[in-house]
Design a protein around this ligand. Sequence first.
Ligand code: ADP
Ligand code: TZD
Length: 575
Amino acid sequence: MTNNAESQVLTDGFHLVLDALKLNGIKTIYGLPGIPITDLTRMAQAEGLRVISFRHEQNAGNAAAIAGFLSGKPGVCLTVSAPGFLNGLVALANATTNCFPMILISGSSEREIVDLQQGDYEEMDQLAIAKPLCKAAFRVLNAEDIGVGIARAIRAAVSGRPGGVYLDLPAKLFSQIMDAEAGKKSLIQVVDPSPRQIPAPEAVQRALDLLKGARKPLILLGKGAAYAQADEEIRTLVEKTGIPYLPMSMAKGILPDTHAQSASAARSFVLPEADVVLLIGARLNWLLSHGKGKTWGGKSHKDWGGQKFIQIDIAATEMDSNVRIDAPLVGDVGSCVSALLAGMGSQWAQPPAEWLNAVAERKNKNVAKMAETLAKDPSPMNFHSALNVVRDIIKANPDAMLVNEGANALDFTRSIVDMYKPRKRLDVGTWGVMGIGMGFAVAAAVETGQPVIAVEGDSAFGFSGMEVETICRYNLPVCVVILNNNGVYRGTDKNLGGGADVAPTVFVKDSRYEKLMEAFGGVGVYAATTAELRKGMEEAIRLRRPTLINAVIDESAGTESGRITSLNPAAALKK
Ligand code: ADP
Ligand code: TZD
């Protein structure tokens, strides 16, 4: 843009935002256009950024969040003011909860009107609302501060414990004009946005001393370990020490699930039995029964099992959050694991054979039991028989991405479908949130270029189902497999009042979800048998075409809340 009078070259807020993102290696924006950011999305495309436009902001936000997890760079989501912002906020809060780096950029209404509550178009004090739900929140009022605003947002998202960041850009900012040269100078290319954090030598020694004395050691890998992209160091540590390990769900595949030291099939045996547990990028939250209680061998549900813990985490404040951490190792996973390896020297004693044999024995027994169940092919299909097909397909296509949500659909997929490579399994995460499915699937395809398989409960799918249009629009190689049992958890519940309405957990019987994909030009498959499911999945992977397979399973298959029935308040009444 030039100003004729002085032939001065000018730039504006729109372009400064885009230039700042590009300067920092952001290549894709996930969002949904509207006032005041419609032109920003158009200009972004014109400037060579990829804009993936969604049908609902929550899905765009989830896509940005998982792009952040996969790439280690903040995923960017762009929304309109108030309602669009609020729709995106669920994803931002979920990203923060899961430690995924993400920046939610929202256009906002005019500050003067918002602050006097004069009723502007989509008026809302977005910054104040976002603040408690994310790691950091910033607002930029002047074009010359755009560079700083975006640099701060990037650093906040990816440094230390990653998380969600909110960036508020009022409408007026975009049309502000400034000298192009001065504008360029105002931008910041962030140097070393997620600096390594080296653990203190005495902390490393403390951890090694504890590990050395262990009779029944166990390693627990969490999604922080997957995020850290320290796959080689982790593999070396596991193999050098010979310690059995358990991956949390999104840590599956850091080492292949078929690895001899995987204790997944003996989980309920190793947790209470272990004496020293090394946590790597995993929190002792509800997913690990808070590190205590019967899961860990305690006598009652609040009782400590007696384990000693070594915890590797980038957040010092995570230590002692649930039980005492005897050897905290604060730093990034790569640096901490490397420091442990260096401290071990060339000789490191393997765990006692008694422990390894006991784990192996339990594991082999459970694997054999599972193989027996998986060999069955009942009609109608159940979770096991349908997921046995998915298991084979992933085995044959280990680079494929797997997205997974639902209750039973989640729990069974996690335990049945082996993963072979890191950061391939993306799921409901720390909150167990429904609705991540299609957003994650879109971003997984966009970020990796690999085929994506999304295994969805029929309820779970409904939260983001409209994005099949997005999948078709961008012609993404996504194969959605709906494990359809006619309802939330299952389809057989009855209305306890005896009225005409179906139970709150029951859906329309025999819904034809596959037609939704056909409506937008994708491939719809109705699969009543494992052979039909297998054929549908194989073709989807081979042809890389948007596909939705309606895998009809026994409507009585599934338990209340999957494996967390006990968390329902009514379960306490029954005790
Ligand atoms: P999971 O649900 O798989 O058990 P969590 O989300 O509970 O995993 O835990 C992930 C942990 O990893 C968080 O406490 C986070 O601070 C930590 N983390 C994230 N990135 C890194 C990193 N690069 N280095 C060390 N710790 C990390
Ligand atoms: N809303 C949100 C946002 N997240 C949630 N976790 C829930 C509601 C509650 N919920 C679960 O925890 S799982 C689930 C719901 C609604 C769906 C389970 O049914 P499904 O899977 O059809 O997806 P299964 O395989 O039939 O159990």
